[in-house]
Ligand binder design. Sequence first.
Ligand code: CDP
Length: 211
Amino acid sequence: MKTISIALDGPAASGKGTLARRLAADLGLRYLDTGSLYRAVGVATLQAGGDPGDPAAATKAAETLDIAKYSPADLRSEAAGNAASKVAAIPSVRAALLDYQRRFAAQAPGAVLDGRDVGTVVLPQADVKIFVKADFEVRLARRVAELRAGGQTIIESRVREDMAARDARDSNRSVAPLVPADDAWILDTSAMNADQAFTAAKAHIASKLNA
Ligand code: CDP
């Protein structure tokens, strides 16, 4: 049986994680949040007393990563997100995580992967590629609500600065920058709630898989 692979890429708080999880459940596919791998490498580097921007320290953390050691609570903080976007700019860190992502996607019945470079680098042959985007202010409001709902005390101006810095780092890095694949379908969720984004993405996937 042929496996199905669906790539969802996009910037921070664009809604890709929520959408990817829901699509995977609906389609009976496995789900991988590739950002959690970079977040875990960032956290592991910090825990070892290293600097996430230091290639040697971050690469060592990536090559010895045990993803099962980290709970969602360890990984969803702003500190983890910022450390993630620093280790993610290091080519040897990305190389160390590539195989795991491809092997995950290759297992039956297939998978939905969300991240920054799934459609461009990890799975260039994905059956469906969706690039999820939303206006900066909309993404900021979503991230602030997400962090508060998770019980974190946050300063909105700090989250704004961190998100702008992370957008710039992710888009301008030389390795696997955040860009839509040439054959990606663009889904702008600025004016959509989660249900509307799901309905739109599902219709697009059905049209691609039945084409
Ligand atoms: O949820 P959010 O979009 O804020 O972050 P995430 O998807 O968990 O990703 C955290 C960071 O990991 C991003 O800012 C990227 O720098 C990096 N990342 C990446 O480089 N490539 C991926 N496929 C996924 C995440």
